[in-house]
Design a protein around this ligand. Sequence first.
Ligand code: FE2
Length: 123
Amino acid sequence: MQKNQIYKCDICGNIVEVLHVGGGTLVCCGQNMTLQNEQTADSRTEKHVPVIEKTAGGYKVTVGSALHPMLDAHFIEWIELIADGKSLRQFLKPGDDPVAFFQTEAKTVSAREYCNVHGLWKG
Ligand SMILES: [Fe+2]
């Protein structure tokens, strides 16, 4: 297990992030939770890989280069910017744009997003 990994319960849908690594196994609804792999390339269209743009005062993150749908049944739940050791997360809901602005002076950044249907993506 590693810090910042995301695990999901395949039965009830709980999703958790590892903030501190202990030694045990994450269990929910009586079975092991499933590690969500950080996917980096969408084979059809790039609707999932987060695109990071430097803007005045921070960074804008868009999902993805072709905008991802934001429907009740299929949407981006959150966008996270990892910026010089800080984790900044914007939660989204259906109907929002799949875009987030993060105010930070950080020089080294990466982004992750979670799609409720297609899982975890990194860019
Ligand atoms: Fe999706």
